[in-house]
Design a protein around this ligand. Sequence first.
Ligand code: PMP
Length: 466
Amino acid sequence: RKQSMVQAGRPRANTTEEIARRHLLQPWPVAGSIGAEARGLIGEGDGIYVVDGEGRRLIDGPAGMWCTNVGHRNQELAGVMYEQAMALSYNTPWYTMNEPSAALAARIAAHAPGDLDHVFFTTGGSSAVETALRFMQFYNNVRGRPDKKMVVSRGGAYHGSTYLSASLNGRPRDRDWMDGADGLVVKLSCPDPFRRPAGMSVEAFRDLLVQEFRDTVERIGPDRIGAFVGEPVMASGGVIVPPEGYLPAIRDICRENDILFIADEVVTAFGRLGHVFASKDVFGIEPDMITFAKGVTSGYFPLGGVVISGALVEEMRRSNHADAMFAHGLTYSSHPVGCAVALKNLDLLENGILEHAGAIAPYFQQRLKTLEELPLVGEVRGLGLMACVECVADRESRNPLALDNEVGKRIDAHCHELGLLVRPLIHMCVMSPPLIITRDQIDDMVAILHEGISRTMDDLRAEGLW
Ligand code: PMP
């Protein structure tokens, strides 16, 4: 029996839960609850806060999924969406174009490093990575190098949920029950200094990682490797900041071997590290392509894209196959509403928010670092306005807890009661709030997290689990 889901006023938690359990397929479900799961209802958002189904106000600790950069309920973004939809809600990118997408491409190119001056718009991060990889394939096809297609990725990486992008994912739980284009991908070790071999310096660890890449290129052959894809700071893998000098060294090896360096900045771009793009401004590297999404519209509209080097574009154009088509495009490529929102979002970032994010980041990191006084916490690490609290069984061995899967969830549950959304990642809690967060709000966030972890420690002790 179907019933109308259109209701006046706010959704009521119990009704929404009931409907969701019957009809809604949620992302990332486990088999046992597929199609039968209700999740915490969020009714509205304002600034760095969201309100849950019971009317409780919560700090949006993870900024949604690293995306609500300028915060919720931004009138200017909402206004521009309305205006653009009223002016032109859609045009086909197959044989027409719109003004906001051209203007946005130019604005993004002006921020991108080196000669990265062309932008292809997609619907989000996965489709951005997918597009970058298909550009790599096409580029090598028209250059007469059809065997140069393998992609180098890393353990701990997350690059998306479409077939090709997901094939690059490095976390076991993203792979265990899913298929991928395995013959196309080779994985390097995760550059996680916290998990480096015991007794090894960070510098020696870096050199080991770089050598592993060199050896891999040699083993497979540079004429078979098309691209290296990497997040400058691995986000979903646990906010892994690589050792100093690691990214430039990988970049050099790519250049020496005609391997495209694709920086996946889906999380790190648009302010998370205080800059529009982090590759050059934070890590001193100029990639061949940069993928972006999320923060480009602060999550108000699904939009992503790839910035591509002019040299690459030129080479494709000048190949001996001028009639070869790059047969790749999306109905919503260059969407006028998404691009208009992104232009306004960029105005907001340029007019104060980037500066604020950069200025407040040291305070954010320093306050979160104080959580290391709690014995359950093995390390707090991060950069800019992204950080991760990693829990361990004991700090000496750094061994994970036996009940790893539960720890993050328990901390999240306590913090929810106290007014903070946490994004639990197994035994880790990720904090990446909207960039507009103030010092006082950072203090609130850290105080709640401290209390949530303390309560979790009490529970674990009481249950004899720790
Ligand atoms: N790359 C990175 C680094 C990401 O973190 C994500 C999403 N978390 C993606 C790609 C995929 O983006 P989307 O979910 O928008 O498809």
